[in-house]
Design a protein. Structure first.
Length: 185
């Protein structure tokens, strides 16, 4: 799964594609609107706390903080402050744009207090999958449909940001739908 983000820093538009690797590092591809070449980086990152991140790029460790106000992101990195505006968001499988209905996200920043499933588990629509503590309240995130857990992105105890994918589920297809499709074609 990869995510595509579009930002504007007031002078240029940037497209940033983010793909998570199996070793929990990321491939980040940056395309500035005025340049023909894309820049691809391999980055390892971890969340230090709410809005606090540490990432390693070319064997150099950076710490940054991010605050957001609606679509605007305020970033403090390496002694510099940046303000960027998020233009739109789409999820794609590198080249094929599609809505990612199988990726469940936390609606707000918080801490994962309990994982109720693991990869390979079959789940039913409405079944609780993960418990996130936010603002001293526990919020349960439930399965939107029947399916199989493909990936759990964070362990218990991790701090997470809002709208970060937590769990990916592959929807279980209704055998009746497949039969209907075959009879129509």
């Amino acid at each position: 799964m990869s995510e595509v983000f579009n930002f504007n820093d007031g002078t240029k538009r940037y497209e940033v594609r983010l793909r998570r690797n199996e070793d929990n590092s990321y491939i980040v591809v940056i395309n500035r609107g005025d340049e023909e070449e894309e820049k691809e980086l391999q980055v390892s990152a971890k969340v230090l706390g709410a809005g606090q991140f540490q990432f390693t790029l070319d064997n150099i460790i950076y710490k940054c903080s991010v605050a957001k106000d609606g679509d605007v992101r305020f970033i403090h990195l390496d002694g510099e402050d940046y303000e960027i505006k998020r233009i739109s968001e789409a999820v794609e499988e590198f080249g094929e744009a599609e809505e990612d209905l199988g990726s469940l996200s936390s609606p707000m920043p918080g801490r994962i207090v309990k994982l109720l499933v693991k990869p390979g588990d079959r789940v039913k629509k409405g079944q609780d999958l993960v418990v996130v503590e936010a603002m001293k309240m526990e919020n349960k995130i439930a399965a939107p449909f029947d399916g199989t857990v493909i990936e759990v992105f964070f362990p218990e105890g991790d701090q997470i940001e809002a709208n970060v994918p937590l769990i990916e589920i592959e929807e279980e297809k209704d055998p009746n739908e497949e039969n209907e499709d075959e009879s129509e074609g």
